[in-house]
Design a binder for this molecule. Structure first.
Ligand SMILES: [Zn+2]
Length: 187
């Protein structure tokens, strides 16, 4: 199955606001094929998620797929391969957690504060309305990260502790095995 080439950091497409998908377009063979290729691109790159603008398509579509065996984010609670069209966050917790994020478009990691839980609504690939109440903080994080992409927002923008910015290889060497409590001072 085919994949798309990833758009990389610096490409202005990553900073543009993606357009809503018209409901009548969803069931067309062209769009269905696009969804398959996008999902496949996420899998092939070992991503836990991908957003359409990351492959150069400025449409409001995200894919989330958390596999506990994913080497980039190991041992996370699984979330099945899920496509959401025109996703929207309708609710989120006040409680914030900082945790590591990376991106298939940039070889970087950093600590990003985000609401721990959220609810996402949108359409599935059949054009049906779907709601995801995300109680696992990592799942909620991935959805928020991918939805940010649709608005031209990158995780880099949200990193508060700039000293945690690392290239992926350096992250594995210096940060991966550190306890978060030792990096984030408790107030
Ligand atoms: Zn990303």
């Amino acid at each position: 199955m085919s994949t798309y080439k990833m758009i990389r950091l610096g490409n202005p497409i990553l900073r543009s606001k993606s357009k809503k998908v018209a409901k009548r377009k969803i069931l067309t063979p062209t769009f269905q094929k696009f969804l398959d290729t996008l999902a496949n691109t996420c899998i092939k790159n070992s991503g836990v998620g991908i957003a359409a603008p990351q492959v150069g398509v400025e449409k409001r579509v995200i894919v989330v797929h958390v596999d506990p065996k994913n080497p980039r984010y190991f041992n996370k609670k699984p979330f099945p391969l899920t496509i959401v069209i025109n996703p929207k966050i309708t609710k989120h917790s006040k409680k914030i957690k900082e945790d590591w994020e990376g991106d298939l478009s940039a070889d970087l990691r950093g600590l990003v504060p985000r609401p721990m839980t959220c609810t996402v609504v949108g359409l599935n690939r059949k054009g049906e309305e779907v709601t995801y109440a995300l109680e696992d903080d990592f799942h909620a994080r991935v959805f928020q990260h991918e939805i940010d992409h649709l608005n031209g927002v990158l995780f880099l923008d949200k990193v508060k502790r700039k000293n945690t910015f690392s290239e992926y290889k350096q992250w594995k060497k210096f940060w991966k095995n550190k306890n978060l409590k030792d990096i984030i001072p408790t107030s």
